[in-house]
Design a protein around this ligand. Structure first.
Ligand SMILES: [Zn+2]
Length: 126
C-alpha cells in the first residue's frame, strides 16, 4: 500500500481562465486515512509484511542474535515471524547478517532456544 501525499501539484484546469469561480470554498474537512497506528515491518524470513505486533524483533549483541521481546533494545533490529520456518529461512539466506549489519557468523542459540521454548504449535497454517 502506498500512501500518496495529500497535496496534488498544480491546479485542476488551466485551460479555461474565464470559468474562474469567485466563490471558492475550501472543503477543508476531508477525511484522511491514518494508517500509522499499526506500523508494518517486513519479516526477514519470508519477506512478507506484517504488523509489527505479530513479528519478533531481534538484535545482535556481540554476534549473538537475541530476541528483543519489548522491541526496546538499542541498535539495529530485524523483524521476523516467531516461527522456525521464518527464522530458518532468514538464517539460510543470511538475512540477519544483512539486516543487522554484522560481520561474521552469528550465534543463534538464544533465538533457537526461544523458539523451542515457546511451545508454539503450528496447527492452523497450511
Ligand atoms: Zn515470516
Amino acid at each position: 500500500m502506498r500512501v500518496l501525499p495529500p497535496s496534488s501539484p498544480g491546479p485542476r484546469s488551466t485551460f479555461s481562465p474565464t470559468v474562474f469561480s469567485k466563490r471558492v470554498r475550501r472543503r477543508g474537512a476531508r477525511p484522511v486515512a491514518r494508517c500509522t497506528m499499526n506500523p508494518v515491518r517486513m519479516c526477514v524470513g519470508c519477506r512478507t509484511r506484517a504488523p509489527r505486533s505479530t513479528l519478533l524483533r531481534v538484535v545482535a549483541v556481540e554476534a549473538n542474535i537475541i530476541p528483543d521481546e519489548r522491541a526496546t533494545m538499542p541498535g539495529r533490529g530485524a523483524w521476523v515471524h516467531e516461527t522456525h520456518k521464518c527464522v530458518d529461512a532468514a538464517l539460510r539466506r543470511r538475512a540477519f547478517v544483512r539486516a543487522l549489519r554484522v560481520s561474521g557468523p552469528l550465534d543463534t542459540q538464544t533465538i533457537e532456544k526461544r523458539l523451542n521454548g515457546y511451545g508454539q504449535e503450528v496447527n492452523g497454517s497450511k
